[in-house]
Every structure is written in structure tokens, then in C-alpha cells.
Design a protein around this ligand. Structure first.
Ligand SMILES: [Zn+2]
Length: 365
């Protein structure tokens, strides 16, 4: 389970009261109606170097771009699957399926949450400029407009919780998140070291490490990649299961979970250090997400955005993975087995290999 920070790096508050978060996730409409809170005005982020910004159009207070106009920039072909309602975009990075009035899209078959709902207008579909630049562009045209990145060498794995903070617990099975995250991290460390990486853990015993220290450890190690490992839970719910992958929310966008009824709009109008890596954060998340869903056959609860304190100060690409629900006895029993935790570690190592391959292809262009 994870915590979000809404203020400065040190201000760490739970995203929601226990239970409300997950319940609001499951019940949150992805088709906000007229009653949805307005999102603060977003000035346009810079277009990739040397390109003219796409013309913008305001819906409410958010600036949008037309997908018909954006498709060439995305290196993608646009086909309507259902006129005015559902379309696909096929680019070098894969295939996205987009539905109007929804924040949820699929990319290469995986659930991905945009920061703003897609809008239908005049026979065209519009996505927010931030979603275009910080989600669709990286996924459909990896590396476009970005300085090439060297192959990742130093990887920092962050086993969630520890010491006085056990994280989530399944009393019935007598297992706690802090023990399981450390075990998965150690297993992934061995696999990644065998791949030739230098791998550091933010903790290698049952000790408490504050969130800002975890990012500081990555900075000190000159990390190329940061992966925070967690397990999830919903109080008094035995059924919810599956994986979620989080990146730090781009500037001018709110957390995915902040769209639920009664949720506070946590949009930030300032950029955080993590936002310098929005393009690569999304690609790193997609690589891990793909392995978790395709190789482990985990239920896909989506790639989401959150203002996570552990990711905010990073000066390298970073993600947080929620590897399964301890509150589901069926999933918790799997997680309790060393064989399943080894599979989780294998998926993390394979996802990082895939991410390195995406960087290599981007460098080759
Ligand atoms: Zn956690």
C-alpha cells in the first residue's frame, strides 16, 4: 500500500482514509459527468524540440489537442472503430484504443489511465495536451523529442515499508507487506545482477527508512532506474486482486484516485523533480506492467498516476508497483509462496530488460 504527498517532499499523508482509497478506485466513474470538478488551467508544456506546438482547444479549463492533428506527431495511424466514440492509434510503440468521455484507454492491451477524460467534438476526439505529450507520445513513439538515454546500469530497488511500519497485513495467513517486499527485492536483485547491473536496495533488513531517504539513496547511487515494490489491500474485502503500476502524476494533472466521488482534486501547478522524467517513467511503467499482466496473468488494475512522496524527489525514471492484494486470501496465499515471489522477481527483471531494449531502439533512431 502506498502513501501520497500533497505538499512538500517531507509532507507525507495517506492518499485517502484506509479503505476509502481502494473502494473509490473501484467505484470511481471513468466517465465523469457534468458534476465532475474542474481541473485547473494547464498552460502548454513545451513541444519536443524543434516542432511547432499543436494547436490547442479549451474544454472547460483544460487545453486539449485534436487526435486527428496529433496522430502524425505520434507517428501513428488513426482509425475510428465506432464513429465519434472509439478509435485506435497504431504507432511504432504499439496500439492504443481510446474511447471518448473516458480517462481509461488500453495500450498494447493494457489498461492505462489518462490524466484527463477524452472529449468528442465535431467528429474528432481530443486528449489533453498533457496526456498527449506525457502519455500517448512516449507510449506510441518512444524517445521522440527526448535526448537519448544510455543503457541502465545502476538499478535501485525499494522494498516498501520496514521496521515499525509493517505495511499491509493478512492476519489470517500471518504475512506482512514489509517482509514480502524485501523478499521480492532480494530475488530481483540476484536476477538483475546476473544481467550485469549494479543493484542497490534502499533497505536490506527489517528497518524503517523514511520515504525521502529512499529517493536520496537512489540519487547517491547515481541510479538509472528506481522501482518501489509494494503489496496492496482493501480492508474487509476478500475479492479485489491484481496489479497496479504507478508513475508520479505530471504537472497539471491529478492522481487517478482523486476522481472518485468526494475525492479532493490534488492537481499540482508546479513541476516536481520526478516530472523531468515523465516520458521515461511511462515507458518504464509500461514495460513492467506488460510483464506482470502477460507473464503472471495477474488481473490488470491499470497504470495509474499518483503524487507519491517516494517518487517525487527522484532524479532518474521511477515507478511504484503494487504486486497483488494481501486482503484477498486467494491472492495472498499465492504471494505467500516463494515460487510466486520468484515469478514476481522474474517479471521485474524481464520488464527492466524490455525497458533497456526500448531505450536502445530510441538511441538507434
Ligand atoms: Zn505499501
Amino acid at each position: 500500500m502506498i502513501r501520497a504527498a500533497f505538499l512538500l517532499f517531507l509532507a507525507i499523508v495517506p492518499a485517502f482514509p484506509a479503505g476509502a482509497a481502494e473502494n473509490s478506485v473501484r467505484s470511481a466513474p471513468t466517465r465523469p459527468g457534468a458534476a465532475s470538478p474542474a481541473v485547473p488551467s494547464a498552460s502548454a508544456p513545451a513541444a519536443p524540440s524543434g516542432e511547432k506546438p499543436l494547436p490547442g482547444k479549451r474544454f472547460g479549463r483544460i487545453e486539449y489537442v485534436s487526435l486527428a492533428a496529433a496522430a502524425p506527431r505520434l507517428g501513428a495511424r488513426l482509425n475510428w472503430l465506432e464513429a465519434g466514440r472509439r478509435l485506435e492509434l497504431k504507432g511504432p510503440g504499439g496500439r492504443a484504443e481510446v474511447e471518448t468521455d473516458s480517462r481509461e484507454i488500453t495500450v498494447n492491451g493494457l489498461r492505462v489511465f489518462l490524466g484527463d477524460p477524452v472529449v468528442a467534438s465535431g467528429g474528432d476526439a481530443f486528449v489533453s495536451r498533457v496526456d498527449h505529450e506525457r502519455c500517448l507520445l512516449p507510449l506510441l513513439r518512444p524517445g521522440h523529442g527526448q535526448a537519448p538515454r544510455a543503457a541502465p546500469r545502476v538499478i535501485v530497488l525499494d522494498p516498501g515499508h520496514g521496521g515499525t511500519d509493517p505495511g499491509k497485513i493478512n492476519d489470517r495467513l500471518g504475512i506482512s507487506e514489509k517482509t514480502l517486499t524485501l523478499d521480492v527485492a532480494r530475488r530481483a536483485q540476484r536476477l538483475l545482477e546476473a544481467d550485469g547491473h549494479r543493484v542497490l536496495l534502499t533497505r536490506d533488513d527489517d528497518s524503517f527508512v523514511a520515504l525521502p531517504q529512499r529517493a536520496a539513496a537512489a540519487r547517491a547511487a547515481k541510479a538509472d532506474v528506481f522501482v518501489s515494490i509494494h503489496f496492496n489491500a482493501v480492508p474487509r474485502d476478500n475479492r479485489t486482486s491484481g496489479v497496479e503500476v504507478y508513475t508520479f502524476a505530471p504537472r497539471f494533472q491529478r492522481s487517478t484516485n482523486a476522481w472518485g466521488a468526494g475525492a479532493r482534486d490534488d492537481t499540482e501547478e508546479f513541476a516536481s523533480p520526478a516530472n523531468r522524467h515523465d516520458h521515461w517513467n511511462v515507458l518504464l511503467a509500461h514495460a513492467l506492467h506488460r510483464r506482470f499482466v502477460n507473464d503472471l496473468k495477474s488481473d490488470d488494475r491499470g497504470k495509474k498516476l499518483m503524487h507519491l512522496a517516494v517518487l517525487r524527489p527522484l532524479d532518474c525514471p521511477g515507478v511504484l508497483v503494487e504486486c497483488g492484494f494481501l486482503s484477498s486470501d486467494a491472492e495472498a496465499r499465492k504471494i505467500a509462496s516463494p515460487a510466486h515471489r520468484q515469478q514476481l522477481a522474474v517479471a521485474i527483471a524481464a520488464g527492466l530488460r524490455d525497458y533497456a531494449a526500448v531505450l536502445a531502439r530510441a538511441r538507434a533512431k
